[in-house]
Design a protein around this ligand. Structure first.
Ligand SMILES: NC(=O)c1ccc[n+]([C@@H]2O[C@H](COP(=O)([O-])OP(=O)(O)OC[C@H]3O[C@@H](n4cnc5c(N)ncnc54)[C@H](OP(=O)(O)O)[C@@H]3O)[C@@H](O)[C@H]2O)c1
Length: 82
């Protein structure tokens, strides 16, 4: 279902994930050593993922996780980082 929805966007899975993170307000640094990927990774600012597909992507996986820490939400101790 998620793959079908992504296919409808006519974007690569990488572009969808980068765009998903941007729409959530995450700081995204898609490093690549390949120019074609650099261009593709940067092509995420003149389109958006519809709410329905965002919800599908949000619900992937079975547990909450984060790869960053939001200092406005909790302390380093509360986040388990100290
Ligand atoms: N991760 C962190 O915690 C952290 C913290 C602070 C700063 N940074 C900085 O943030 C930047 C990114 O860090 P990172 O850890 O995310 O980088 P990374 O994992 O070392 O590199 C990104 C990987 O994604 C691949 N990739 C990029 N675009 C792709 C695409 N469209 N399709 C398939 N593969 C793709 C790249 O391969 P190719 O090169 O072959 O395309 C590379 O192997 C770096 O400059 C790093 O110094 C990272």
């Amino acid at each position: 279902m998620v793959l079908i929805s992504i296919y409808r966007l006519s974007k690569t899975p990488t572009q969808v994930l980068i765009r998903w993170s941007i729409q959530h307000g995450f700081i995204t640094i898609p490093k690549t050593g390949q120019e074609s990927r650099l261009r593709s990774n940067a092509d995420v600012f003149d389109w958006s993922i519809p709410d329905e597909e965002m919800k599908l992507l949000d619900n992937l996986g079975d547990h909450q996780w984060s790869c960053t820490w939001d200092p406005t939400k909790n302390s380093l101790e509360e986040a388990g980082l100290l």
